[in-house]
Design a protein around this ligand. Structure first.
Ligand SMILES: [Zn+2]
Ligand SMILES: [Zn+2]
Length: 89
């Protein structure tokens, strides 16, 4: 009994964001605002006009970067805001 719970605790956990919640995020063309000018995932500066995704608390990411990020973890890389998560498999 005890051993089993230890094994479970040591298993790497992968918790994905719910795909429909990722799709529901706001995507827009980037315009320079001065405050968030680079992507926290790949650390590249945004180019004006690229597709960016804004999270509900105004953190901005490349669309491709945040989709990839949320495909392996369910919280915002900046503030750990929790997205709705799909069940671990
Ligand atoms: Zn990026
Ligand atoms: Zn955030």
């Amino acid at each position: 009994m005890l051993r089993k719970s230890i094994e479970l605790a040591n298993r790497p956990k992968i918790i994905l964001a719910l795909p429909s919640s990722v799709e529901a995020l706001d995507t827009k063309k980037y315009e320079k605002s001065g405050e968030f000018d680079s992507c926290p995932v790949c650390l590249e500066e945004f180019m004006t006009g690229v597709d960016v995704t804004t999270m509900p608390f105004s953190h901005i990411f490349h669309k491709g970067c945040i989709v990839q990020w949320l495909g392996s973890w369910y919280t915002c890389p900046m503030c750990r805001f929790e997205m709705p998560k799909s069940l671990p498999c």
